[in-house]
Write a protein that binds this ligand. Structure first.
Ligand SMILES: Nc1ncnc2c1ncn2[C@@H]1O[C@H](COP(=O)(O)OP(=O)(O)OP(=O)(O)O)[C@@H](O)[C@H]1O
Ligand SMILES: [Mg+2]
Length: 431
């Protein structure tokens, strides 16, 4: 009778386990861990179960989850993968299951764990995947004091094997997922890089073609322009008594000069000259430029505030550097039609010198921030949009860099840096 009873119980247990094994087809790691614990405690019938997984990188066993034990207690349990340290490690290393009858006298049992969990008798079985060990399960009956029968021990081993396969699938799936994400990320980065290079290539090809075409046109314009200039000049002499015509001629001459300047600037852009380097004192160059535009500054009610700190000399083409500052000052002046202050500062930064030009204009709108240095980009009615692209090219030819940001409380601030050649410093100038 007892046998039949036992048989029915085993059958029930078997079908419940079968049910759980079926549920373990899920690929969610957490869910599987939970199902394993449930299978061991509720179905096979243990009071407490702990589940350890191998942390491959750290070569440790981490207690991932438990049932019948507070979460707090297992939170930091990590066991070294050393069979002498614990029965859990031994079970994993030797791929063997153990039914420890008396933990108190068994010297192989880890002392700390013995104390922490009040271990008396317990079973430990490895969780085996297809060709690797994944971890181990320990189970005991501390509260009910039931002994672990050979049948229960067998059930635990069989179940752990099933669990191992499910766990392995989930782990593989997890690894595959992370591999996939990594791969996707790599592809994204590569595509982004490719697109950038392609854009640059298209841009530089476009620029080269455009440059050639417009250089040709500019050249064609320059010749007749020179003739017109000469003719207008002699015409002016002939009609010097006609006041109205004289005024008109003056306008014509000014306009010719404007076209001439535009073409010259264009040549600067389309056919850059190789810089002719010499030792240059940037503070000195800035002084010269400020003197040059002083007339313009007065007219526009603009104040220049200087703070020039001692600087090392730099290797530079003085003419080109002047062109850089002239363009930047003009930009600053043009954004303050009602006057304002331009702050100019220089300082030494280790092996670089740094120059800042800050205005009180409207600053730079977010949507044009990355277009500023594009050739022919302008927001001005009379602009050509070449200033900053020439500036950038010259600075880069000098192995320096330029950045334009919005200043506080208003306006734009242009920062330029040039590498310096020696430690000789000039005087500081302040106004
Ligand atoms: N200090 C500044 N404050 C606000 N916007 C600026 C400033 N400097 C440049 N910009 C913006 O960048 C654009 C491009 O400047 P860039 O000097 O290249 O050309 P431009 O001044 O328009 O024409 P060009 O210099 O050829 O006469 C300007 O049209 C303007 O919109
Ligand atoms: Mg400009």
């Amino acid at each position: 009778m007892k046998d039949v009873h036992q048989e029915v119980k085993s059958l029930r247990e078997l079908s419940a386990l079968h049910q759980i094994s079926k549920s373990m087809q899920t690929l969610d790691l957490e869910e599987i861990l939970h199902l394993i614990l449930e299978g061991v405690t509720r179905v096979i019938g243990f009071d407490r179960t702990r589940l350890y997984l191998i942390d491959e990188q750290k070569k440790e066993l981490e207690c991932k989850m438990a049932m019948g034990i507070e979460r707090e207690k297992i939170k930091d349990i990590r066991l070294p993968l050393d069979e002498k340290n614990s029965m859990v490690a031994r079970s994993v290393m030797e791929k063997k299951s153990f039914n420890i009858e008396n933990a108190l006298t068994d010297s192989r049992v880890n002392k700390n764990l013995k104390e922490l969990f009040g271990l008396k008798s317990f079973a430990v079985v490895p969780i085996l995947g297809r060709d690797r060990v994944l971890g181990a399960i320990t189970a005991d009956n501390l509260f009910t004091d039931r002994i672990i029968t050979p049948e229960k021990f067998e059930s635990l081993i069989t179940f752990a094997n099933q669990a191992g396969l499910a766990l392995e699938n989930a782990k593989m799936y997890d690894e595959l997922k992370s591999f996939n994400t990594q791969l996707e990320e790599k592809i994204k980065i590569a595509t982004r890089k490719l697109r950038k290079t392609q854009d640059k290539l298209i841009q530089s090809e476009k620029m080269a073609a455009l440059g050639k075409l417009s250089a040709g046109i500019a050249h064609e314009i320059k010749n007749p322009l020179t003739s017109i200039k000469l003719l207008v000049h002699s015409l002016a002499k002939e009609i010097q008594h006609n006041e109205i015509a004289k005024k008109d001629i003056e306008v014509i001459e000014n306009e010719i000069e404007r076209v001439n300047q535009i073409i010259n600037r264009f040549f600067d852009f389309a056919r850059p000259k190789e810089p002719e380097f010499s030792s240059v004192d940037i503070n000195q160059v800035l002084e010269e430029i400020i003197a040059l535009i002083s007339g313009e500054i007065k007219e526009w009610s603009i104040i220049i505030e200087k703070e020039f700190l001692p600087l090392s000399f730099i290797q530079a083409d003085k003419g080109q550097i002047k062109q850089v500052f002239l363009n930047l000052f003009l930009n600053a002046i043009q954004v303050m039609p009602n006057g304002g202050k331009v702050k100019v500062g220089t300082r030494q930064e280790d092996k670089h010198i740094q120059i800042e030009i800050q205005d009180e204009g409207e600053g730079i709108a977010e949507d044009i921030k990355n277009k500023l240095f594009e050739p022919f980009f302008t927001t001005k009615e009379e602009g050509i949009g070449l200033g900053l692209s020439i500036v950038k090219r010259i600075i880069e030819d000098h192995k320096g860099w330029i950045r334009i940001d919005n200043a506080k409380p208003k306006g734009a601030i242009v920062t330029i840096a040039f590498p310096c050649i020696d430690n000789k410093k000039n005087e500081s100038i302040k106004n």
